[in-house]
Structures are given as C-alpha cells and as structure tokens.
Design a protein around this ligand. Structure first.
Ligand code: XIL
Length: 365
C-alpha cells in the first residue's frame, strides 16, 4: 500500500508518536488551517479571556475563528436563584468582543442538568416548564439570535445508568415533560433563533468500552426519534473530553459517525481536551504532552474523515486555564490542551495543525 499522508498520520497515532507537521502548517493559525478544509476551529472562552486586557487575548484572537462561552450562557450563570432576573453582562461582553474581532459564536447551552439556578432542581411539572424553562430558552435564544450561529440546545441528555428503558438521563427537565422535553427545547429554540443551527451535545461516545457503547445506543435512539418526529435539529456535538485510559477501536467510532451522517446531521467536536491517565505522573513532561497529542491524533483523524464534521472546539487553549485541573487532586497539572502553562505551543497544537492541513475538504451542506 502506498504511504499516504493519512496512513502516515494513522501509523504515528497507533505508535503514540508525535505527528509530522510541516513548517507551513506550524506557522499558520489553526482557524485558517481549519477554514481551508471547510471547517472551523474554536475555543471555549470566559468573558475575562476575551476582554481587551486579557493576558492571552492575542492567542484567543489569533488561533480561532469561533468562540464558545464556557460558562456564561448556562442557566445557572445567568440566573442565581429561580425567579431572579437574568444577568446578561458577562454574555454581552463576550458577544461584543467576538463582534469586534470577527469571531463567530457557538452558544452553550440552553438546557443542562448541572449548574441550575438555585431551586430549579425541584421543578417537576409541565406547569413548571411553562413558567420557568420555556421562557428561559425563548429569552436567551432570542436575545442572541443574530450573534449565535450554532446552539447546543440540550446538553448531556443521555445516561443509560439512570435506569430508564430510553437510556435518558433523569433530570428536572425529564421530570417536567418526560422524554419530550428535548423536542420541546428544540422547537422553542428554533422559534426564537430561526437561523441558528441547533445541536444536541453529549460526551463519552468514542471509546470501545461497553458503557460507551450503551451511550452510543441511547444517543442514536434519541436522535432517530427526534428526526422521525420532524424536530428542527441540525447537528450533533461530540464533546470529546478524551481520556488516555480507555480503549479506542477505530471501526466502532467510524460506524457511529456514519450513523450520524446517515441521519443527515452535521457533527462537531465541541469540547476537546485530554484527561491523562494517573500513570502519566511517572513520565517526563514532554512525554506526557506527546501522549496527549497522540490521543487527539488517534480520535480526530477518524472524526475528520467524516464529511459531516463541521468544526473542532477545544475546551480552553492553554493548560493553566483548563477546567480539568479543578476536577481532582491528581489533575492539578493535567496536560491536555494545545498550549502549555506558559502559552507555548504543545505537541497537541502540532497534531491539530497537521490534521487540519491533511484532511479532505468538506463541502458544507
Ligand atoms: C465546565 C466549565 O468549563 C467549568 O468552568 C464549569 O465550572 C463547569 O462546566 N461538559 C460541558 C461543559 O458540557 O459545559 C463543562 O464546562 C465541561 C463538561
């Protein structure tokens, strides 16, 4: 078999080698490289990341064509306690900074069971939905209808281990409307923001582990129901919080991506980063960064083969900012983003650059 660039990249990934990256790809911005293949590259930001005074505003501005508020658009970030007026100042600051710098914005997220306003965990009736949830979706999606090109309408709806036959996560939203809450949320978002592309977003769908297979099953069943019912859904967001502890089987992931493509959905990698295995701590820093890059290489080289893949977003740009570091005591120096603590490019940046530079051009649908 002739050695193509793609087979070379795949071979590097399987051997956990640093991917080859050309000087041209290294010097180009990730947003530009992604755009050349018909895709976007984006990053999750906070309002302080993108203020004019931010230490790394040039990095956020330079590398990305898309920004996603990591926190500020969530219900509990806007509304402290149920019934309070929403505080849009931080969101508005991100929207204004994005407009000044010509960034497109993904919205994250209208419905999520975490970080709710105080008191929302007790909501349980259809009347509660009409009084609190429906107005929240309509108001936020409507306020930013001209600013947001893609919304994660519902985040993390699947949890097979919550015990339901439908594999859906039991949340207050589920308590209020049953499984129909997802469709309702999409209809409300479509009405309020008619030109936005609307996504279902979820995680733990890439590895060969049985528990991830159950999540793939639940996700595909839910998507099938939504599409058959004519719900206005355009895309599926794969968070891609990768984890070096799990087993990857390219064929399984490819099959899942194909099913999404067959549904006619656009796909995006929406929250890319890498959790290192605890065993990483015995290794040198450069080895750890190389392994994190190889993990991205392995999974994304398959994802980027799909013509449905519209873009890639990393959940932060530099490790000092990573939410993963606040997750557990042994993760406080996790190496899982494209830039290190001192804003120097890490091997993961090279991996993304060479992936974008070598991928087939996508023709958007
Ligand atoms: C995280 C943010 O990065 C943190 O700042 C916040 O404290 C918790 O949420 N999956 C998601 C994201 O969909 O919204 C989460 O973001 C990370 C996991």
């Amino acid at each position: 078999m002739p050695l193509t660039r793609r087979s070379l990249l795949a071979a590097c990934a399987s051997l956990s080698l640093a991917p080859p990256v050309s000087a041209a790809a290294r010097s180009a911005r990730l947003g530009e490289l992604a755009a050349r293949s018909g895709r976007y590259f984006g990053v999750a930001v906070t309002h302080s990341d993108v203020s004019d005074q931010a230490r790394h505003i040039r990095l956020f501005d330079g590398e990305c064509s898309v920004w996603v508020p990591a926190w500020q658009m969530k219900w509990g970030a806007l509304v402290q306690a149920l019934g309070d007026d929403p505080d849009y100042r931080a969101c508005d600051a991100i929207v204004a900074s994005a407009a000044r710098r010509g960034k497109r914005l993904r919205g994250h997220t209208l419905i999520w069971h975490e970080h709710l306003p105080a008191g929302a965990e007790r909501l349980s009736t259809a009347a509660d939905w009409r009084r609190f949830v429906a107005p929240h979706i309509a108001e936020v999606a409507g306020r930013y209808r001209d600013a947001i090109f893609e919304w994660d309408v519902v985040n993390e709806a699947i949890e097979p281990y919550d015990g339901g036959a439908d594999f859906m996560r039991r949340t207050p939203f589920y308590a209020m409307l049953g499984p129909d809450y997802v469709a309702e949320a999409f209809h409300l978002a479509a009405e309020a923001a008619p030109s936005a592309r609307l996504y279902l977003n979820d995680d733990h769908l890439y590895y060969a582990e049985d528990w991830q297979e159950r999540r793939r099953t639940g996700t595909l069943r839910l998507l099938e129901r939504l599409i058959k019912a004519g719900v206005p859904i355009h895309g599926f967001g794969m968070q891609c919080h990768l984890d070096t502890r799990f087993r990857f089987d390219e064929r399984i992931f490819r099959r899942f991506l194909q099913r999404l493509e067959d549904f006619g959905l656009t796909v995006a990698v929406t929250e890319l980063d890498v959790t290192e295995a605890p065993s990483a701590h015995g290794r040198s820093m450069s080895e750890r960064r190389r392994l994190a890059a190889a993990e991205v290489q392995k999974v994304l080289s398959v994802a980027l083969d799909s013509s449905a893949l519209a873009g890639v977003v990393t959940w932060g740009l530099s490790d000092d900012d990573s939410w993963l570091r606040r997750r557990a005591a042994d993760m406080t120096d996790n190496q899982g983003l494209p830039y290190d603590d001192a804003y120097r490019p890490a091997p993961m940046r090279d991996a993304l650059a060479s992936l974008f530079a070598s991928t087939r051009t996508r023709h958007s649908t």
